[in-house]
Structures are given as structure tokens and as C-alpha cells.
Design a protein around this ligand. Structure first.
Ligand code: PLP
Length: 412
């Protein structure tokens, strides 16, 4: 019996190939790495980000506000670049607030989300005039108290923990019991209390899940989101002016995954915008995306330091590792470890000659960047490139673990 064909990674062509060399910033990767003067590094391509955002916009209704979730990749230059092309930024800490305020984004279009915001960061956000996305009753009262002392009237949205789930999501962010947002059934009481506070109610933020590749599931969640917002609007002290529908648009990371088909989502949003016009006439709809905007525009590059055999298996030991790319090692929320797409950047298109493991330099078996992948024959000095690394890479990794120097980041 022949072995069933395992599904591979889908074709990824954002970074072109010329003469067997992956092109990075218009140069062969070998030359580029020499110029960088050290590996490992992360490289993000601004043109790929731009094309991505433009392509997305053509599929969405014009009135949709497109926000960037800074935590996906907070590299300052990249945030500046993305900020120029989107309508707002979503932030989740005072550090991200500082970054966002350095861009030209109108503070009112910066929304501050996240459970457990501290008094200091709330005060800074109130003073800056950003929109606060309220996660609990305690936080609502805290904001009202802090604002009263500062003479400001903050704009707020309520983050609602929906009474539905986003199906087949990589990471669930709502539905069931969670630390995120206010359970939908508690929202009416909170809105009643809100009417007596000196806060400017803008609307709702309803985010059901991340990393979804199924258009039909996203469409279903967005329909349920608008329906929920319409129900809750009845209890609101003033008309809903903003409905942030979160994001959830995924990118293909693992074998067998296909890119998200955004077209049906855009078509459905066009219907929802029309529906909202009649029932929530003042409401603007917003999407808040992280990885979908920047994830495919980034690569992580490390060099093979050693090549060894162990009991019939080949191990390529690189100068990178999980301390710099936790997600690729499978330790950032994966239930079952799967391989990110990985290539030998200076041997593109060469015949695949064998199965190898790619590891980092840490003293833990968790430091596995690729498990049993088929690649061209690689040697010491070759460049291992992990694709789809523009989001949740460096800043989602424990860089202090084992004390190696941090990798460089460059925006091409
Ligand atoms: C993380 C996060 C996002 C972005 O998620 P992606 O999967 O990167 O698109 C959006 N909104 C909120 C509230 C988040 O916490």
C-alpha cells in the first residue's frame, strides 16, 4: 500500500526567488545577510504590507474602518508605516500607547483594549484622549473616577464577551467564560450605570476569535456580532456610533492550510453596513486586524551552525531558536506542534534530498524550529528562513531565556 500524500504548505510567493536565492529587499538573501552583518534577523517588507492592505480594501465596503492591532508587530518603523494606511490603531499597554501616539493617528482612533489596565496607564490614555475599551464594571468605575479628577470626558466602548463563539478559530477570544470583556448578559445593567457617569459612550467592541481561515465562520460571527450589537443598543444611553467587530482573519501557517478567502466576507460586510444604516444609523463598523496585515510580510532568518546525525536523523543546529521565534517552535498556543513553512533561502528550488530537523541553540528539546521537514541538502553556513513571521515573532518570544543577544529587525 502506498503512503497517503501528506498535505504540504500552500505556495507562498511574497518574497521572490532569483537564481535559487530568496530575494530580500531586492537582493539575494546571501548578500543581504552579509550586509546585515549578523544572523539571526527578522526582515519585514513594506511593499508587501502595502499591497496586502490595498488588496484588502478593494474587497471591503468603503465605510469600514480598518484598524491595526499593534501587538501583532510593534516594531516602531513598521507601526509608522502601517498607521499611514489604516484608519486607527488598537493598543493593549502603555508601551503601545506611546508607540501609537508617535504616529499621525488621531488619538480618538486609537483604542486601548485589554483586561487589567493599571491606573497609571489609564490616566495616560485619558490624558492623551484615546478611546478606552472597557473590560469590566470595575474598570468602568475606575475610568470615571480618574477622568473626573482630570477634567476629561473619555470616549469609551464596551468590550462585550459574546454569547456565541467563532467556530474553528485558532484562538478563542470570546464566548463562554473568559477574562476578556463583559458577558453580553451583564451589559444592559452596565449601560444603565454608564448613563450616570461622565463618559462618552461610542459603542461596542465584540471580538470572538483569532486566526480563522474559514470565511463562512467569520461571516456567521459577524452576522451574530451585528445582531448582538442591535440588541444591546436598546439599553445604551446614546446612539451607537462605533461597532468594532474585532478581526479574526487568519493566515496559513501549517501544512494543509489555505489562505482565507476575503471576498465573501467583504460581500457580507456590505450587507451588514446596509442593515446597520437602518437600525444603527450613526454606527460605523470597524475591523481590527493584526497578523492578516503584516504576518506574511515578514521572515525570520538564521544560519546553520552545525549539522549532526543522531540515530539516523539529521539535525541542523542554527544560531536562532525559540527564544527569538517562539511561535515557530510550536510553543505559542499550539495544541499540536506543526511546522511553520521553512526554506533554505540560498538553495531555493533545489531538489529536496532529505528529511531534517531544524533546531535552535537552547538547552531544551522544545527548541525545535522544524520537525522532520524535507529540504534541499543543507550545510553549515546555509540560511534557514522561516516564512509567515511578520506577526507574533520577536516580541512574542522569551528573548532573555539563555542570554543570547537579541536578533535585529529591519523594515525593508
Ligand atoms: C490580538 C488582538 C487582535 C489581533 O489579532 P490577529 O489575530 O493578529 O488579527 C485584535 N483585537 C484584539 C482585541 C486583540 O487582542
Amino acid at each position: 500500500m502506498s503512503k497517503p500524500q501528506q498535505p504540504g504548505h500552500c505556495e507562498l510567493t511574497y518574497f521572490p526567488v532569483v537564481d535559487k536565492q530568496l530575494q530580500v529587499g531586492g537582493q539575494p538573501i546571501e548578500q543581504f545577510a552579509q550586509q546585515m552583518n549578523s544572523t539571526p534577523f527578522y526582515a519585514y517588507d513594506r511593499a508587501i504590507i502595502e499591497q496586502r492592505i490595498q488588496a484588502l480594501r478593494t474587497l471591503l465596503p468603503d465605510s469600514i474602518r480598518l484598524h491595526y492591532a499593534v501587538k501583532a508587530n510593534p516594531m516602531p518603523e513598521l507601526v509608522q508605516h502601517v498607521a499611514r494606511q489604516v484608519d486607527g490603531l488598537d493598543i493593549a499597554s502603555q508601551g503601545e500607547l506611546v508607540l501609537a501616539l508617535q504616529t499621525a493617528t488621531d488619538p480618538r482612533h486609537i483604542s486601548f483594549t485589554g483586561p487589567g489596565k493599571g491606573a497609571d496607564e489609564l490616566q495616560a490614555a485619558i490624558n492623551a484622549g484615546v478611546t478606552l475599551n472597557i473590560e469590566s464594571a470595575t474598570e468602568m468605575r475606575r475610568i470615571a473616577r480618574l477622568a473626573a479628577g482630570s477634567g476629561m470626558r473619555p470616549q469609551i466602548t464596551l468590550r462585550v464577551n459574546p454569547d456565541f463563539e467563532l467556530k474553528s478559530s485558532g484562538m478563542r477570544m470570546g464566548g463562554g467564560a473568559t477574562q476578556f470583556g463583559i458577558d453580553a448578559e451583564q451589559v444592559p445593567a452596565l449601560l444603565k450605570e454608564l448613563a450616570n457617569l461622565d463618559l462618552e459612550f461610542l459603542g461596542f467592541h465584540i471580538f470572538a476569535g483569532s486566526q480563522n481561515l474559514h470565511a463562512a465562520a467569520i461571516v456567521e460571527a459577524q452576522n451574530a456580532t451585528l445582531a448582538l450589537a442591535i440588541r444591546l443598543a436598546e439599553y445604551a444611553p446614546s446612539p451607537v456610533r462605533l461597532l468594532n467587530m474585532g478581526g479574526g482573519f487568519g493566515i496559513p501557517y501549517f501544512p494543509g492550510e489555505q489562505p482565507l478567502d476575503v471576498k465573501p466576507i467583504g460581500e457580507n460586510l456590505t450587507r451588514l453596513v446596509e442593515q446597520a444604516k437602518t437600525v444603527l444609523p450613526e454606527a460605523r463598523l470597524a475591523l481590527e486586524l493584526g497578523r492578516y496585515l503584516v504576518g506574511e510580510a515578514g521572515i525570520y532568518v538564521c544560519r546553520v551552525l552545525d549539522k549532526k546525525m543522531s540515530r539516523e536523523q539529521v539535525f541542523l543546529v542554527t544560531d536562532g531558536g525559540l527564544h527569538q521565534h517562539l511561535a515557530a517552535s510550536g510553543n505559542f498556543g499550539q495544541v499540536i506542534r506543526k511546522n511553520y513553512p521553512v526554506v533554505i533561502g540560498n538553495k531555493m528550488g533545489e531538489k529536496k534530498t532529505g528529511v531534517v530537523n531544524i533546531v535552535g541553540r537552547l538547552c531544551t528539546p522544545l527548541d525545535l524550529l522544524a520537525n522532520k521537514v524535507e529540504l534541499p541538502l543543507a550545510e553549515v553556513g546555509d540560511l534557514v528562513v522561516i516564512l509567515q513571521s511578520g506577526a507574533y515573532g520577536l516580541t512574542a518570544s522569551p528573548t532573555a531565556f539563555l542570554g543570547h543577544p537579541a536578533p535585529t529587525e529591519i523594515l525593508l
